[in-house]
Structure formats: structure tokens, C-alpha cells
Design a protein around this ligand. Structure first.
Ligand SMILES: [Zn+2]
Length: 256
């Protein structure tokens, strides 16, 4: 299996319009982070895109891979679905519709934002509604969606063979944690090193200290941090984290 981290940035990217690079070294190219999405090439050869970030067009051009077999969505926040329109542009020469997998709630929300992409007579997408904890199949690959809490919203993490992809979460149910047992590689969304003393609104993401606790519970061989904000400097994290926990960067390819 190969995982290409297309983007590993937070909802407003790094640098962001409001905070620039924040505490990240602006001279380190690995601190330039587009919004979070990933491309998985499974052992049986399916190319599965996780989310269509607003930068998915450039991300896929850089990846030199337009052969997407399916998209699985983590949730309907703009930074995870905003590029769906550009993905549709990739599909004009495609004879079959592109299967997309998402919850009913996320489908309704994405459709409300991008209604013209979902007209019954012309939609480039074939909709597959998924349920938490109910495995589904793309080609020969079994994928298990894992319910996550993400502020007032819910999101889906995914387990694919020995790999899990979990971003935009602040909490998982015991059932979800149980499903992660035995994974070897974990792509985990961690927005910031520590929780601010005062949060604006409900907690949406886990912080590094909370992530380390989860990692010690699940015990994967290796962890790659994604969805990292302006306080997550690449070099500082690389130097201070244990060897088996690495920060991602845009374009990172992980061979498993
Ligand atoms: Zn989100």
C-alpha cells in the first residue's frame, strides 16, 4: 500500500491569511501546508482519494495521478470537500461516474453547498451512503468507517487493512478505539501542541499531548501527524517526537 499525503494543513492552511506561519519556520518548505487530503493506492491497486480539499486540483497535478477510483469523505467541512468542483473537472472524459462514499448527513451538507454537482441528470458522482462501523468495499479493498466526534459535528475515520486515517476528531467511542487495535500505521490529525486554556467553542481536534495518550493506547508501529496548524513546526516536531511519530509534509509518500 502507498499513501501520499496530498495536504497536511489545518482549515486555513499554513501560512494562513490571519496568522501567517505562526510559530512555524517560514524558511522550511515542509511548513507550507495545503488543506488535508490523501491518496491511497491499495495493495490491489485501487486509487482511493480521502477528501477533496480546496487545493485538490494542484495536489493531484503534483502527484501526477488522475486515476481516482473512488473518494471517501471524512466530513463536510469546507477544507475537506471544497475541491469537489475541480475534481469534477478531471472527470469530463470519464465514461463512468466516480463513486463517492460518505454519510447521509455529509451528503446532504455537501449537496447543499455544491448543488449543481449533484443534479440527477448530470452529476459526475455515484453516491454511496455509509454508516459508522459498517465496512464497505472498493474493488478488493475493505474499508471500515469509524465514528469520530469533531466539535458539534461528526466525522469518519477509516481503517484500511493495517492502516488507519483519523483526522478532525476530538473523541472516539470505545468501539472505534477497539477497531483501531492492531493497526501498524496511523495517519492522525493533530492541530496544535497543547490545548489553549480558553477554547472558542467546543473542542474540535485533539492536541499533541492527547494524541500521545491515544498512541500509547493503540500502539501502532508508526504514526504520521496531519492537519497541523501554525504552532506545529516541522523541524521542532521531528527533533522532539519519538522516532516512530513523524510530522507529515505535503507530498510525503508512505510505503507500507
Ligand atoms: Zn473539520
Amino acid at each position: 500500500m502507498k499513501i501520499r499525503i496530498l495536504g497536511c494543513g489545518p482549515s486555513h492552511g499554513v501560512p494562513s491569511l490571519s496568522r501567517g506561519f505562526g510559530e512555524c519556520n517560514p524558511n522550511e518548505p515542509k511548513n507550507i501546508r495545503s488543506r488535508t487530503s490523501a491518496l491511497i493506492t491499495t495493495n490491489s491497486g485501487e486509487n482511493i482519494l480521502i477528501d477533496t480539499s480546496p487545493e485538490v486540483r494542484l495536489q493531484l497535478i503534483q502527484a501526477q495521478n488522475k486515476n481516482i477510483d473512488a473518494v471517501i469523505y471524512t466530513h463536510s467541512h469546507y477544507d475537506h470537500m471544497g475541491g469537489a468542483n475541480d475534481l469534477a473537472g478531471f472527470l469530463v472524459d470519464r465514461k463512468q461516474k466516480l463513486p463517492i462514499y460518505l454519510t447521509k448527513n455529509d451528503y446532504e451538507e455537501i449537496k447543499a453547498h455544491l448543488h449543481y454537482l449533484f443534479r440527477a441528470d448530470s452529476s459526475p458522482f455515484e453516491i454511496h451512503l455509509i454508516e459508522p462501523y459498517q465496512p464497505f468495499q472498493i474493488g478488493k479493498t475493505i474499508i471500515t468507517p469509524i465514528l469520530q466526534y469533531h466539535g458539534l459535528q461528526k466525522s469518519m475515520g477509516y481503517r484500511i487493512d493495517d492502516v488507519a486515517y483519523s483526522t478532525d476528531l476530538c473523541l472516539m467511542e470505545p468501539q472505534g478505539l477497539e477497531l483501531l487495535k492492531g493497526i501498524k500505521t496511523w495517519i492522525l490529525g493533530v492541530v496544535s501542541p497543547t490545548k489553549p486554556e480558553i477554547l472558542k467553542g467546543p473542542q474540535k481536534h485533539i492536541y499533541l499531548d492527547e494524541a500521545l495518550e491515544l498512541i500509547s493506547l493503540i500502539k501502532p508501529n508508526s504514526v504520521f501527524l496531519t492537519h497541523m496548524g501554525q504552532k506545529m513546526d516541522y523541524s521542532r516536531l521531528s527533533e522532539t517526537l519519538p522516532e516512530n511519530i513523524r510530522p507529515c509534509y505535503d507530498g510525503l509518500e508512505i510505503e507500507i
